[in-house]
Design a protein around this ligand. Structure first.
Ligand code: GUN
Ligand code: FE
Length: 427
């Protein structure tokens, strides 16, 4: 008997396609060597004798994937939400991020972030740190300890930032290389570096060119912001008058998915050409609906992205978003799509609960490989939800119970969590 086989029993629910749930009630989910071996209504004979954890009437779903979150902003989530993006960055974000120069503050703040990520239903995340190399390494140590699988980026910014946060161009590039070397020495299992130019207004052409060289040398993926807010987009046009559209600036420097996986947050105002380029280059979109409301950005045309077959996942974008809870991001995605349909454009239908669940699991999971589904061969990331506290007088089927989890967005129901076949402590 292989020691690497174990089995979970419960109400298994996941999405293979954006438009339908796959459901196996009181079924068996088999893990072998950290991967999903299969989902069965009746356990095959060959798995008799392997350990089964019976979660009774609980729901078992794939781990959730957060394609965009800022760890240093966790400390002021839920604050300053009455400002628009650029003012919000000046007033709230930059002064807070500056504090991460001091490791004792970074340790206190990042520990709260890492603990709450560990307790959440999230198993994978793409995380922005700050410009500070040492604090970024500290965050990576903590994420590694948490058991989650994450990409973490030291932020680059060499213009349009206050003096206390702005780097010199050469310093930004050199510190990035030093940080990557430090990370390679650490030999993390689950924590990987990702290049993180903050957004076009914070990075000079010279820095973008340096980042491309670094990307080619170390084969790193990249994360950034794109077409988020109208005043930001006007600013990019002023800074780069030669560009055809915002994403064209990243593409001009070879930082738009051409060589390495790329995830761009927001894409609220991506037009035909930008959508076409993202499709050609396989760029992932992190849809962050709560943030888009909070900092007055708008509502992204997600239905259009899905129709075009683009890669779309969800992001909490804390602290633009107020919570790391991705069920909340799913609910906000449905709600904002309905407002968009009602107020802006009736040609794009609102999103369904199946579609937002798909985006929060398999859609975003594809950035990490075979992640976010219970199809055979997928990495075994699973979350067990015990919703027995949420009483109801009428019978509810498994799909309805999951739907309530999405809309209630309450993380008290998380009973267990597994990442790559290993159980994580969620207490
Ligand atoms: N654009 C540049 N930086 C940020 C940030 O920290 N949050 C959001 N939402 N947008 C940004
Ligand atoms: Fe962001």
């Amino acid at each position: 008997m292989s020691e690497s086989v174990f089995i979970l029993k419960g109400n298994i629910i996941y999405t293979k396609q954006p438009d339908a749930f796959e459901i196996c009630e009181r079924g068996y989910l088999v893990c072998e060597d950290g991967k999903v071996q299969g989902v069965y209504q009746t356990l095959p004979f060959k798995y008799g004798g392997y350990p089964v954890t019976d979660y009774g009437d609980c729901l078992i779903i794939p781990g959730l994937v957060d394609l965009h979150i800022h760890a240093p902003q966790y400390s002021y989530r839920g604050l300053g939400m009455d400002l628009e993006l650029l003012e919000w960055l000046e007033v709230n974000t930059f002064p807070e991020e500056a504090k991460f120069e001091y490791l004792d503050y970074a340790e206190k703040s990042y520990q709260i972030f890492a603990d709450n990520m560990r307790r959440s239903a999230t198993t994978r995340a793409c995380i922005f740190a700050t410009v500070h190399r040492e604090a970024t390494l500290l965050l990576m140590d903590m994420m590694e300890k948490s058991g989650l699988c994450t990409f973490v980026g030291k932020v680059n910014m060499d213009r349009n930032a206050p003096d206390f946060l702005c780097e010199e161009t050469q310093e930004s590039a050199d510190e990035t290389v030093e940080w990557i070397k430090d990370v390679l020495h650490k030999k993390y299992r689950n924590t990987l570096p990702i290049l993180t130019p903050r957004f076009v207004p914070s990075c000079t052409d010279a820095l973008m060119e340096d980042l491309k060289k670094i990307q080619l040398r170390y084969s790193l993926p990249l994360q950034s912001h794109l077409s988020e807010n109208l005043s930001e987009i006007d600013w990019v046009k002023e800074l780069c008058p030669w560009s055809e559209f915002y994403g064209d600036v990243y593409d001009h420097f070879g930082l738009f998915g051409a060589d390495c996986p790329t995830v761009m947050a927001h894409c609220v105002y991506s037009g035909e050409k930008e959508i076409e380029r993202m499709k050609e280059n396989g760029v992932f979109i992190a849809h962050c609906p709560e943030s888009n409301m909070n900092v007055s950005s708008g509502i992204a045309p997600v239905r259009r992205f899905l129709e075009e077959g683009l890669h779309v996942g969800l992001g909490s974008d804390v602290a633009g978003g107020s919570t790391e809870n991705l069920f909340a991001a799913m609910a906000h995605a449905v709600q904002s799509s309905k407002l968009r349909w009602r107020l802006e454009d009736q040609s794009l239908d609102p999103l369904s609960v199946e579609e937002v669940f798909y985006m929060g699991t398999k859609g975003g999971g594809a950035f990490f490989g075979k992640v976010g589904s219970f199809e055979p061969g997928y990495e075994f990331d699973a979350v067990v939800l015990d919703d027995s506290r949420l009483k109801h007088p009428q019978p509810l089927d498994v799909k309805s119970r999951l739907e309530r989890m999405v809309y209630f967005s309450d993380d008290r129901e998380i009973r267990a969590k597994y990442v790559r076949g290993r159980q994580i402590d969620t207490d």
